[in-house]
Every structure is written in structure tokens, then in C-alpha cells.
Design a binder for this molecule. Structure first.
Ligand code: AHR
Length: 508
């Protein structure tokens, strides 16, 4: 095996922006076995007094997820939030048209918010702007955030929840540009509805932070124009425009798949450009940022070809859907997507990994059985724990390789974070080469007195290795050997197809 080399530096003056905790958010949708037998399984050996799996709670805590978007996704566009509150035995069973399933409503806002307290994450709610509209959105806001003394806030209290939830992050619908979405819309019609709904929500609670739907992917035919039109209506009323992106290896083109973050970089840049164009046209002082509220590796083709449920007499409860098994290769791409998010920390100030348990998830469960970590668990947990303070541009110099989809792409990608108050820095790296290791030299002399605190890498002889029910611990992270010389040069070697992180303590 040959070795290539790359150079970079961590210079605190190359600040990109603050790394917000919300960048490490998650997403829980009523979909497949996410809720039922995922986070909630009353008969399970680890179930707590509310029926939540303690083994899953522990893993979610370890993952380090900040804000969790709920309850969808496509599901929310047909959801009646009232179905999920109040006495459980009175809750209706409903058809879920998004995933051709039956929703039992055993878990709703009341139970989910209890679960969030157990995992230590915040709630981000999505309202249904598909089959419903403004009235139901402000009803849900009243139920959630008004302390008491009105019909809906008192209903919450009667349901057993005295304190208001005080939810600040709200998504105005989901993927309203997509024909698969219930009640999908034109940019013009959605822009008007989102604006009206946002105004009404702010009239009720001025603390809310609102996310307008951007395109459901950069490949949508309306991408770009959708953002401009929606924001031409809603700019003054919203705080964020959403981005959604999923990546998969197709036609065996591993090289392009490994470069997926290049697409994410370009996607973010284009949405920023569209938002800033509207800002300039309006002469606004306000900046609309990005909520990247769905991102992941997802083998959508498997869902289209294998998983899809059909039939008028076939509406299963909690079917196995979107249960992708992630390889080391997938996790390396996943880690590079996190690098892309941090590289845009100035404008991507909220993000949600889609999703959390069983459904394209870092955590898997077996009904009545164990829970385990997928390969993607490791880059998420380490990045969430170690990326603190400010995102730093590392001025990377690396060799390139040719990809069929994205042209010439650097073999290495990297970003750093620097927390002056905490005396800590970290560098996150990926080696996209399939046959060369990378000798990486990082100039850390600008950080003062530097020591290595911890270093980890994710790689495997078999890049298709994964963790499964039978072999839950086949893949994990390993120590990444590295050293700092007297000149303040940190040296490390990244194996082919690998993701790594080095955490440093520093004092200036
Ligand atoms: O995360 C799975 C689905 O992907 C979500 O429900 C939807 O918003 C997106 O298309």
C-alpha cells in the first residue's frame, strides 16, 4: 500500500463560526419500528415505568443528541396531534398514508416529551401543513406553550402535564415541494401558508424559532427557485430554511459515494446564496440560517424496491421499514457529512440526523432482544462530544482524485474546532482514498502549549463490515496513533477509507 500526504493547520484566527449544540440534533418519526419496539416496548426486560427501553435511553444519551425533531417527516403531513394526547384507551388507531401503516397513537406528545427528559434532549416540533393548516398549528402551540387558563392549555394540564413544554423550534410542515408529501404544494402557495402560519404562531408566542421548508433535496427540479419563492414571502417571518440530503452508493461507484460531502457543501452554498439574495432584495438586516433537519446515508433504492408496503387490507403496525445496515464505508461518508456541517457552522446552526432508532439509524433494537450501535454511531457520538467552541477552516492541502459525479475531489477532508475558554481543540478528518493511507501533518503551533488528549479512527480491513444482531461489536473505533513534535507539528496516518478525530488540550 502506498502513502499520500496532506497538510493542514489549526489557526484560531481562521474562524468560520460558532458550533451550535443544535448542530448535533436528531429526528424521531412515527415510522416503522422507530417508536414501537424502538424507543417504546412495554414488555421489554429493560422497560421503565412508562414502557421506554432503558437500553435505548442509555445509547441515545451516549450518542449526545441535542434537539430532536418530532413527529415527522412525511408522517406529520397526515398527523392529527390531538390523537396522541389524553387517555390512551381513547386514542384512535389511524391510517398512516405516508408509510402505509397503522398508527396506534400509544405514544404521542405527552409520552415523547417524557422520553426526551430521560434522554436529556430538547424538543423540536413539526406542524402539519399538508392535510391541516394554521388553526391546528396554533392549537398545538397553545397546548404546548401556554401555562394555563385557556381551553387547550387546561386540556394539557388535565392530561397530566402541568408545566408548559416551552418548545421554541418549530418546523412549518415537511418537504412540501415533494409530490409524495400529503398536501404537497407549489412554492407560491406554500410560501403564503408558511408566512400566515408563522405570523399567527408569533402572535401567540414571540419566542418561537421557525423553520420554513426548503427543497427536499438538491436534485429536485424546483431546487433554488423553491427557496427564492418561499423566502420572498416568508423571509421576515422565519429564522431558518431547511435542507434535506441523503446519500447512497449507487452502481458500485465507491469513489463518488466517498465524495458525497462535496455535494453537501455545494448544496449548502447554494441555499445560502438563495437566502442572501432574498435578503438583499428586501434590504433586510436579518439573516436566515439553515436548519439541515434531515441528513444521512440512506439506501432509498432498497426502500423503493423492497420495503414498500401496499394493499388496501395491509396496514401493519410498526413494520420493519428503512432498517438500513450501515457499513464502515457508510460511516466514513457519514463522518464526512458531519465535517461538512461543521465547515458551514456560520450558516448551518441547526441540524437533525435522520433518524435515531431502527429507521436509517445509528441505534438498532430487536423486539424482546438487545440494542446495539451501528457503525454510524461512532462518528456522531465523538463529533458531538468533541466539537466545541468555534469551527476553524484548516487550509487543507491534499492530493485529489477523479470522481464520476463530482469531478476532482480532495482525498482528505478536514475541519477543526477550537474552544478558547475550555482550552480545547479537535480536528476531524476523513481519508477518501480506497488504496492509499494518508500521512497528515497538522500545524498546531498557533494553539500554544498543545497536548494530545484522545484520538480515534474508524476503519476496517473489510469496508463493508457492519454491526448486526449476531455480531453487534464487529466494528468499533480504534486508537489513532499520533504525535506532536517540538515545532508544534501533529503527525498522524489515516488508513484508506477512514474517519478520524484528534482532541487536544491547549493553552496560549
Ligand atoms: O427520513 C425519512 C423520510 O425522508 C422523511 O419522512 C421525509 O421527510 C424524507 O423524505
Amino acid at each position: 500500500m502506498t502513502t499520500a500526504s496532506a497538510r493542514l493547520s489549526i489557526d484560531p484566527s481562521a474562524r468560520i463560526g460558532t458550533v451550535h449544540r443544535r448542530l448535533f440534533g436528531g429526528f424521531v418519526e412515527h415510522l416503522g419500528r422507530h417508536i414501537y419496539t424502538g424507543i417504546y416496548e412495554p414488555g421489554h426486560a429493560t422497560a421503565d415505568d412508562q414502557g421506554f427501553r432503558r437500553d435505548v435511553i442509555e445509547l441515545v444519551r451516549e450518542l449526545g443528541v441535542s434537539t430532536i425533531r418530532y413527529p415527522g417527516g412525511n408522517f406529520v403531513s397526515g398527523y392529527r396531534w390531538e390523537d396522541g394526547v389524553g387517555p390512551r384507551d381513547e386514542r384512535p388507531r389511524r391510517l398512516d398514508l405516508a408509510w402505509h401503516s397503522t398508527e396506534t397513537n400509544e405514544v404521542g406528545l405527552l409520552e415523547f416529551s417524557e422520553w426526551l427528559e430521560r434522554v436529556g434532549s430538547d424538543l423540536m416540533l413539526a406542524v402539519n401543513l399538508g392535510t391541516r393548516g394554521l388553526q391546528e398549528a396554533i392549537d398545538l402551540l397553545e397546548y404546548s406553550n401556554v401555562p394555563g387558563g385557556t381551553e387547550l392549555s387546561d386540556r394539557r394540564i388535565a392530561h397530566g402535564r402541568t408545566e408548559p413544554y416551552g418548545v421554541t423550534m418549530w418546523c412549518l410542515g415537511n418537504e412540501m415541494d415533494g409530490p409524495w408529501q400529503l398536501g404537497h404544494s407549489t412554492a407560491e402557495a406554500y410560501g403564503v401558508l408558511a408566512t400566515q402560519t408563522a405570523r399567527a404562531m408569533r402572535q401567540l408566542d414571540s419566542r418561537v424559532e421557525l423553520v420554513a421548508c426548503g427543497s427536499s433535496g438538491a436534485g429536485m427540479p424546483t431546487f433554488g427557485q423553491w427557496e427564492r419563492t418561499v423566502l420572498s414571502h416568508a423571509y421576515d417571518e422565519v429564522d431558518y430554511i431547511s435542507c434535506h440530503a441523503y446519500y447512497e452508493e449507487s452502481n458500485g461507484d465507491t469513489g463518488s459515494f466517498l465524495a458525497s460531502a462535496v455535494d453537501m457543501d455545494r448544496f449548502i452554498d447554494k441555499v445560502v446564496e438563495a437566502a442572501d439574495e432574498v435578503k438583499a432584495l428586501k434590504g433586510s438586516d436579518k439573516t436566515v440560517n439553515i436548519s439541515f433537519d434531515e441528513w444521512n446515508v440512506w439506501y432509498i433504492s432498497r426502500f423503493e424496491n423492497v420495503d414498500k408496503i401496499e394493499g388496501i387490507d395491509n396496514w401493519p403496525v410498526a413494520p420493519r421499514l428503512l432498517e438500513d445496515e450501515y457499513s464502515v464505508l457508510d460511516a466514513v461518508v457519514f463522518g464526512s457529512l458531519m465535517i461538512s456541517l461543521i465547515k458551514h457552522a456560520d450558516r448551518v446552526t441547526s441540524a437533525s440526523l435522520a433518524q435515531l432508532v431502527n429507521v436509517i439509524a445509528p441505534i438498532m433494537t430487536e423486539p424482546g432482544g438487545p440494542a446495539w450501535k451501528q457503525t454510524t454511531f461512532f462518528p456522531f457520538a465523538l463529533t458531538s462530544r468533541l466539537a466545541r467552541g468555534e469551527a476553524i477552516d484548516v487550509h487543507l492541502e491534499a492530493e485529489t482524485y477523479a470522481t464520476a459525479t463530482y469531478g476532482e475531489v480532495p482525498l482528505v477532508d478536514a475541519v477543526a474546532t477550537y474552544d478558547a475558554d475550555g482550552g480545547a481543540a479537535a480536528v476531524f478528518l476523513v481519508n477518501r482514498s480506497q488504496d492509499q493511507s494518508q500521512r497528515v501533518v497538522v500545524d498546531v503551533s498557533g494553539l500554544g502549549d498543545v497536548r494530545i488528549v484522545e484520538s480515534h479512527a474508524l476503519f476496517h480491513d473489510d469496508i463493508h463490515a457492519s454491526n448486526t444482531l449476531e455480531q453487534p461489536d464487529r466494528v468499533g473505533v480504534q486508537e489513532l496513533p499520533c504525535a506532536i513534535d517540538g515545532e508544534g507539528l501533529l503527525t498522524l496516518e489515516l488508513p484508506p477509507v477512514s474517519w478520524g478525530v484528534v482532541a487536544l488540550s491547549c493553552s496560549r
